[in-house]
Design a protein around this ligand. Sequence first.
Ligand code: ADP
Length: 800
Amino acid sequence: MEQTRKSDKNTDNGNIFYAVAMRGLVAFPKMVMHFDVARQKSVDSIEMALKEGGKLFLVTQHETYVENPKATDVYKVGVVAEIKQVLKLPDNIMKVLVEGVYKASLIRLIDDGETLKAEVKRMPTYSRAKVDEVETEALMRSVKDVFERYSQYFPKMPKELLTSVMTQDDPYKLFEAVTFNCNLNYRDKQTLLEETNILNKLSVLFACLSSEVEILELENLINEQTKNSIDKGQKEYYLREQMRIIQEQLGEDDGDEVFEYINDIYSLKLDKKNTEKLLKEADKLGKLPPSSQEAFVIKNYLDTVLDLPWNKYTKAKISMDKAEDILEKDHYGLKKVKERILEFLAVHMLNPEIKGQIICLAGPPGIGKTSIAKSIAKAMGRKYARVSLGGVRDEADIRGHRKTYVGAMPGRIITALQQAGSANPLILFDEIDKLCSDIKGDPSSAMLEVLDSEQNNAFRDHFIEVPFDLSKCVFITTANNVSAIPAPLLDRMELIELPSYTAEEKFHIAKEHLVPKQLKEHGLKGTQLKIEDAAIHDIIQYYTKEAGVRTLERSIASLCRKAAKKIASGDAKRVTVKAKELQDWLGVKKYLPDLLSQKDQVGVVNGLAWTSVGGVLMPLEVIVLKGTGKIEVTGSLGDVMKESAKIAVSYVRSVADKYGIDPDFYKNNDIHIHAPEGAVPKDGPSAGVTMTTALVSALSGMPVRADVAMTGEITLHGRVLPIGGLREKTMAAYKAEIGTVIIPVANKPDLEEVDDVVKNAIEFVYADDLAKVLDTALIKQPVKRRRGRPAKNASAAVAN
Ligand code: ADP
């Protein structure tokens, strides 16, 4: 850019000056003004004028659009002005500052093709004719009045100007001050320039200004009305958009980022309060240095909030046939579970808006809870997300930390929504029974809010702060142990219990689901790896001990890995896993059949226990030694059983006579009760009947039948109380080939859940008191008995 100062030479080149034809602008003597020049001819004329003394003739075009004006295209009166300053801008644009010197009339316009010149004749600015003072005063007042009104529309007009106009008593100076500072139409200004009589000048000025004020008033009114009709949000959007464009023009990149946030916030279409809250954050961001820690925190916050699936819903119609297909295809067996889930889906199909239906899938690990939840999501056309609650002890895990914390994050619910990418996913809360509570707050109360359909339409995460509507989500929970679920949570859920699998079911699951799945995952074709049926049976029997099929699946995966290695390394083209070679594949057998009392023995009873991996057979041993009345309990039973042991001893004392037991046994003997170490049972008290039977046997010398197993809690008076986990316990008895199982009479209705194979193979004895248990299990006259499951009639005889 080049700056040129006017030269001091002030040579008036006769009456001929370089000229500029002005578009929409009128100069006045004494008026300082600046304008831009873009036409080449004008630029050149100004440059020439600068060289020749710095004077210029400014004359206004009749019509602004004329590109190459001739004499007829410009007014006859213009102003000779002095160039004060010239500033060259890029693109050959010139900014010129001039001051009007005198008025002149145009005689001739000389266009040489490159520059424009004008021959002019100087004119007096004002006629010196005498004017009526009163009239002048009146006109001056009118002009001042209208100028005052005019100035109201220009709040930025300097106060001094207003004061100087209002206090002006020289009509000429008043005229100049008002004319030079008002934005009048150029044609009006030309009239004002041409007029020489001050009275006329003032009255034209008054007329022009009055009409200008009227226009302004009208414009204002229209604006006012339109402003009301534009809704506030639109207006704000409009203004922000304008700001964004301004910022863009100024090349301010950081602003761009903020505006992107603002745009994104608007497009979330949240309610007014929350939109404002987010806008405030964006605003804050705009004011912070971009690399500051706080800016980083806000950006992270906004990114997280904007990334949430606000208003993003998946839509799918539930078709019962399709749902049934999906459930059937993904899972073997589980007939009752599938039926209940189809009922649940049917309700959702008929009433998609239904709220507060929460299923809790309960059962041991590896039983298919997670995979059923996934199938439900598929059948409902929902996205799926899993939230693991195992070991969650801090409320902040669920609800997140406030964003001001270092490393703050949203809680698990919001994270699950992020993962699902939809506002109505199916969320699986895994292991809801493993929620812990401690001093850091109770996560179960946060969970209550999440699951409560009355409250969850505005779930508030501490990090996100803006409430999120969870009411459209479908929740499913899982639990291993229903009794550990906090009661208020359990209240809200519909329990569906998944029973543990029989070996037969496991075989089918392995053959139809796990093997094909693992082959696919390992990139193997069905022809490349074959696993003999007998091998699968052996894996179930000797390599796994579980209610579900997780270890079974892992063992199959291990076979696939090894086979893949063999095939990939070229050792073999196809591989068959045979039962007899299983040890080579999986190592030595890990589990041998349950420890079972092999023959009728004194003081040894087959108890049945329920553990986290399903039911187990748990033999209990009692020996009676000479001593001083001490009771010792060892093995996997722990403290819980000490109570049961005391109850058993007291009961046996009360019936000592009936079984020929020394009534003073509790004084003269030490009693040692032992449960071989193994799986740790979850239900201590249900070994009450087992312990009493073993005690009576040990004290009376009557052997206990080896083919009988039992479970039941006892009271001091010898009543047998019901227990839990009947299905799993009877399954364990079935696997151990037990012929007779004694169960509390109150558990009789639960037999409905017991598998048919189990029911067909086992004879059940329903005991309401211990006498019945002892009658069934003890052999009063020792007889030789063949080990194994007795013939049906034989055991029925025993049961009666
Ligand atoms: P959980 O959630 O109860 O611990 P998972 O759903 O993780 O159990 O199940 C473990 C594995 O066993 C999964 O691969 C699952 O597909 C499979 N599985 C469990 N039950 C069945 C079944 N009835 N039919 C087919 N596959 C099953």
